[in-house]
Design a protein around this ligand. Sequence first.
Ligand SMILES: Cc1cc2nc3c(=O)[nH]c(=O)nc-3n(C[C@H](O)[C@H](O)[C@H](O)COP(=O)(O)OP(=O)(O)OC[C@H]3O[C@@H](n4cnc5c(N)ncnc54)[C@H](O)[C@@H]3O)c2cc1C
Length: 401
Amino acid sequence: MQDIIIVGAGPAGTSTATFLAKKGYNILLLEKEKFPRDKVCGDAIGPTSLRRLKEIGICNIEKENFKSCSSVCFFSPSNTKVKAKLPLVEGLDDFGLIIQRKKIDYILADHAIKFGVKLIEQFEVKQPLIENNKVIGVKGIYKGKQEIIKSKIVVAADGTHSTIARKLAEKGRKHKSKYSAIAVRTYFENVEELGNYLEIYYEKSILPAYGWIFPISNTSANVGVAIHYRHYKKQNKTITQLFYDFINNNKYAKRKLKNAKMIHSLKGWPVSYDSHPSKKYHSGVIFVGDAASLVDPLSGEGISNALLSGKLAAKAIDLALRTNDYSELKNYQKEWDKLMKPSLNASVLLQHLMSYPFIVDRVIKKANQDEKLAQTLSGCITGIFPKTKMLSSDIIRRIIF
Ligand SMILES: Cc1cc2nc3c(=O)[nH]c(=O)nc-3n(C[C@H](O)[C@H](O)[C@H](O)COP(=O)(O)OP(=O)(O)OC[C@H]3O[C@@H](n4cnc5c(N)ncnc54)[C@H](O)[C@@H]3O)c2cc1C
């Protein structure tokens, strides 16, 4: 029997696997795809993600040839723009990197293997194995054959579409399977006027989500749009139409992309935000990353939270296995809520406020004249600051007056 089976080798799964392998557990990491594999994403690895990578032992990644960004350029619905440097905060880099997921996820998986994690690719988990209401392993398909593997604990790191979450919901676990937003992304080359900054476009039709142009080199970029389902339902346009509206009609995006060539198909993916009522653990199973809906509702950033959830889950699993008391898994949820809930709650509130174009216009116009406000905005959107900082009385005053 395995100590721990981890389903899914994205950032959440590989983070959990590495932390547990370092503690000496035998870990089986099951991944349905074969590396290197793509994942629809903006590819922005912000300063908090970089810190989480360092905690796992992936250091000096900035020395590789990845595009570095030290500012964010915000574009308002009425075409005001402000470029804000990332704030310098102790313990964090004042830059982020843009790394395509097929590269960073491969680096993470490779790193986990170095610590003794056993990775099986192209193993698709079909359902959890349950005995007396407790998850005791998984059933899946490998090389065309059905396989059953038992373990003491199962970690569901299988992303937004989590099979484990869906199958347990069928068996009565409370689970909100509703997605919060939808996004599409592609890559362009020969993009003009790219710099060492992320570009975030608050378009009226998709608020409080945004369109983005994130440079992966001096001339190529990851380009996409997202929209929340509650607004999408009221739209008479598809997400693809909204994407083409953005690249063809936005004053600035249009100029940058006028001679650019799309080099990748446009791919869509749903996003689940952390306003999830269900518990992040269940008898014998723990949910991490997107399988636990840990994406930030305001920025859409999820890699940092996925990596952090792996660290916290590993700590709780270690305690549960050492004490042979599976109720200790509850510590994972407790620690998560203590560390992240205030910021995530503020994110939900900000996201509602930013549904109004006049508010976004006001914030960006004011940030244009106020460096502190601009840096707070860039710090909050990239996860350097908790989102509560945007709601402080000082910042509200700066926006209003
Ligand atoms: C369009 C878009 C843009 C985004 N941009 C950013 C960004 O710029 N920066 C950022 O920080 N976050 C971004 N996010 C969020 C980020 O992509 C996710 O939060 C992050 O990928 C979560 O990692 P994860 O490991 O939980 O899940 P995933 O990365 O989805 O990994 C899950 C893994 O599980 C595997 N799997 C799934 N089902 C099974 C199964 N049944 N059996 C075996 N394996 C399985 C999958 O193949 C995959 O490898 C974006 C999301 C979207 C949709």
